[in-house]
Write a protein that binds this ligand. Structure first.
Ligand code: GCO
Length: 256
């Protein structure tokens, strides 16, 4: 195997949750450019179909799967439908995520639960269905999207912090149980990225200045800057890497 084809995803199918926009969309497009067929996902069927159509126009092989990642029955049904159509998921990226910014003393249980379900429990549900099918094949790649908050807390985003901290150990749990079956499970910890989810932060001059000052790279990250690490963790280049969390953060987590 040559160094360049170590990163080739030709012949692989990747399911990326929350991929109609933002980080998930960038990762999906990057996988497509590396040769993978894509199953993209969003909660809204029209938006998911529209994103799939745009990506097909760009020459990618894309199937739209609109479902709620927190709904156990819906997740199971999607995998059964893919089975029925002979589509096997070689790569799963658990990317779907939401944010809810509020001090904890004012936080409603329902909001806590919604963030935990969307950002953490979904990765268990999708991971379980994917792994059931990867185990008999003896191969598979799972990439979970963590955060700087997988390691450190930030006031006002505690449910998100707890979910992303959970992603770190869920990744190790997946590695513990599934690496013996030829599956590698790893995580990416993006730093402060220019996405719609972070619009309230980028629009705040104080926060913007804080990010630029606090990040050694001196700027926010672009979603496409996750692609190289995502391809690495989805490809044969990482076949002896499992349970790791790699930060793509312009150096932020490493410095004070
Ligand atoms: C926020 C959070 C996140 C961060 C990201 C950093 O307040 O919204 O801090 O959105 O951008 O998770 O890794």
């Amino acid at each position: 195997m040559t160094a360049s084809n170590l990163f080739d995803l030709t012949g692989r199918t990747a399911l990326i949750t929350g991929s109609t926009r933002g980080l998930g969309r960038a990762i999906a497009e990057g996988f497509g450019a590396a040769g993978a067929a894509l199953v993209i996902n969003g909660r809204d069927p029209d938006k998911t179909e529209a994103a799939a159509a745009e990506m097909r126009e760009a020459g990618l092989t894309v199937r739209a799967a609109s479902f709620d990642v927190t709904d156990e029955q819906a997740v199971e049904a999607v995998f059964r439908d893919l089975d029925a159509e002979g589509v096997q998921i070689d790569i799963l990226v658990n990317n779907a995520g939401i944010q809810h910014r509020q001090p904890m003393v004012d936080l409603a249980l329902a909001d806590w639960q919604r963030v935990i379900d969307t950002n953490l429990t979904s990765a268990f549900l999708l991971g379980r269905e994917a792994a059931k099918r990867m185990i008999p094949r003896g191969r598979g790649k799972i990439v979970n999207i963590g955060s700087l908050t997988s390691e450190l807390a930030r006031a006002t985003v505690i449910p998100y912090t707890v979910a992303k901290g959970g992603i770190r150990l869920l990744t190790k749990g997946m590695a513990a149980e599934w690496t013996p079956h030829g599956i590698q499970a790893n995580a990416i910890g993006p730093g402060y990225m220019l996405t719609e989810m972070n619009e309230a932060l980028t629009a705040n001059p104080d926060f913007d200045a804080w990010v630029k000052g606090r990040t050694p790279a001196g700027r926010w990250g672009r979603p496409d800057e996750l692609v190289g690490t995502a391809i690495y963790l989805a490809s044969d280049a990482s076949n002896y890497v499992s349970g790791q969390l790699i930060f793509v953060d312009g150096g932020m987590i490493s410095v004070l």
